[in-house]
Design a protein around this ligand. Structure first.
Ligand SMILES: Nc1ncnc2c1ncn2[C@@H]1O[C@H](COP(=O)(O)OP(=O)(O)OP(=O)(O)O)[C@@H](O)[C@H]1O
Ligand SMILES: [Mg+2]
Length: 245
């Protein structure tokens, strides 16, 4: 992926969610992981990069193209060309797994009903969810729901896939199921920016890891460098806390 950001600031009623973020991720990186303490700005940064939130200051460029935060049409096009998944399940409760995927393809991406259905079935098949196509979210396990949500987020072929703590609501076995799926997407060439509290996963799968605290990127580098050699005291303290158990 080619993602860069410069001088990003975002204030929420006096809280500096982003306090001067500079970022330059080059084409060799296919998975960028954001880690750090709660309230550090990970979700806000994901939302800004995805065009869901407008920064007070600063600029973002993705694949060499500057994001136009002043144009609602440009932001909408940007959102459509990427994919999102948030921490809690985002499925429509009264629609089947299949309809959860096919409806946005029809309504948001303008596919014909038959095309949308076919594309949705392909996405379900890819993640071994074919047998669950007709089920409603409440009839699926948490891990299956999250896999359907990921299938939906990638069904239109997003340039970038943004995942905000995709496993935080899952038990360990389902977490593994979803993390395997994300690793598989990476193998398939999908570019992914995610926030996660799964340090083992970040270390294994991310090409680059950024440690955010207090709205700033405190350290950024390859996963092995950051976990083994990152020197910042806040990073070391964070890692020693989250990796203690
Ligand atoms: N919509 C909002 N309104 C007001 N304050 C907000 C809003 N969104 C985020 N904040 C504040 O901005 C700061 C950064 O929040 P953010 O959600 O980006 O952190 P985070 O790193 O994702 O944390 P977590 O690990 O808990 O998800 C926090 O202090 C939060 O309370
Ligand atoms: Mg968050």
């Amino acid at each position: 992926m080619k993602v860069s950001a410069s001088g990003l600031h975002k204030d929420y009623a006096g809280t500096k969610a982003l306090d001067g973020i500079d970022l330059d991720v080059d084409g060799d990186v296919s998975v960028l992981a954001l880690i750090g303490p709660s309230g550090g700005g990970k979700s806000t940064l994901l939302r800004v990069l995805g065009g869901l939130e407008i920064p007070d200051n600063g600029s973002v460029s993705i694949s060499g193209k500057n994001m136009d935060f002043g144009s609602e049409a440009a932001l909408l096009a940007h959102r459509r060309s990427n994919g999102f998944l948030f921490q809690s399940f985002n499925l429509f409760p009264h629609k089947s797994a299949l309809a959860n995927i096919s409806l946005p393809l029809e309504k948001v991406h303008g596919l014909l009903e038959s095309e949308a259905r076919e594309r949705a079935m392909d996405a379900l098949k890819r993640f071994n969810l074919t047998e669950h196509a007709a089920k409603f979210p409440a009839q699926l396990s948490g891990g299956q729901q999250q896999r359907v949500a990921i299938a939906r987020a990638i069904a239109h072929g997003p340039g970038l896939l943004f995942l905000d703590e995709p496993t935080s609501a899952l038990d360990p076995e389902m977490t593994a199921e979803v993390l395997d799926l994300i690793a598989e997407l990476k193998e398939g060439g999908q570019n992914i920016v995610l926030s996660t509290h799964e340090m083992g996963f970040a270390r294994q799968v991310a090409d680059e890891v950024a440690f955010l605290a207090e709205g700033k990127i405190i350290e950024i580098g390859t996963a092995s460098w950051l976990f083994e050699q990152g020197e910042d005291a806040r990073l070391r303290q964070f890692l020693s806390r989250v990796m203690r158990y």
